[in-house]
Design a protein around this ligand. Sequence first.
Ligand SMILES: NC(=O)C1=CN([C@@H]2O[C@H](COP(=O)(O)OP(=O)(O)OC[C@H]3O[C@@H](n4cnc5c(N)ncnc54)[C@H](OP(=O)(O)O)[C@@H]3O)[C@@H](O)[C@H]2O)C=CC1
Ligand SMILES: O=C(O)[C@@H]1CCC=N1
Length: 259
Amino acid sequence: MARSLIGGLVARGVAASDIRVAEPVETLREALRRDFGVQCFDQASAAAEGASVWLLAVKPQVMREVCASLAAQAAAQRPLAISIAAGITAGQLDRWLGGGAAVVRAMPNTPALLGAGITGLYANAAAAPRFDQAASLLEAVGPTVRIDEEAQMDAVTAVSGSGPAYVFLLAEAMQQAGQAQGLSAEAARALVRQTLLGAATMLTHSEEPAEVLRARVTSPGGTTQAAIETFEAGGFRTLVDRAIAAATERGRQLSAANE
Ligand SMILES: NC(=O)C1=CN([C@@H]2O[C@H](COP(=O)(O)OP(=O)(O)OC[C@H]3O[C@@H](n4cnc5c(N)ncnc54)[C@H](OP(=O)(O)O)[C@@H]3O)[C@@H](O)[C@H]2O)C=CC1
Ligand SMILES: O=C(O)[C@@H]1CCC=N1
């Protein structure tokens, strides 16, 4: 995810020399320098030195350890700390950074790499005056949505953070199904990719809700109706509801498990 954000920021004109990245693996540091021209360090403390904004992009399971290694610097530098970790709360981040920290929880998604991401943002009280700074950083890779109730960040994660994977799963399933109906892999791939792009473009360019766009494709007694009825009979909406509830719950568990 950090790679997507770095790529998006650099592509949108943020000076690569202003971006300092901590990456423990030497080969990945070399790749980041080569691909983006950013400065790379093997320790988080070295990357954070002198920086007024810290973007914490490690896994939830290592966030506590990374914050603890930065606590002394947090007290001295008073940075704006932006975390993209699923589940980890602003309260936990504040505590692990030593208290009194300006913390923004951000939930971006991987289309950020193409400038087509979307990010949910929640700021704690200390970060509220710096909310616009966090928003403008994430807006380099797509629009942002402000979330006032922190508990909703787990739902944001379940819908848009994980969401690209649901679309890719649909693409995989449609491709396989097309091949099962006799299409070549190449033809099925081309048809599915452009169909998803076209439908997503219609959704974002149209004032009409998804259900109206769907109805326009669905000729009475036609092929789409046959497919939609099959989806509905198979419990498609309930399944999506359960999947998003499971992802939301997993966010809560990640917070509790790393307490
Ligand atoms: N993937 C996604 O679509 C999204 C992910 N997120 C969040 O982003 C975060 C990263 O997820 P993701 O990108 O998928 O995971 P990755 O494993 O790809 O990235 C985590 C990165 O953190 C590095 N790291 C581990 N320990 C340290 C350390 N002590 N100091 C500095 N860097 C360290 C990892 O290195 P190493 O590989 O060596 O462990 C790795 O480069 C997670 O918290 C996740 O919840 C948020 C939105 C979307
Ligand atoms: O799967 C995850 O936990 C992360 C958070 C959102 C997308 N990927």
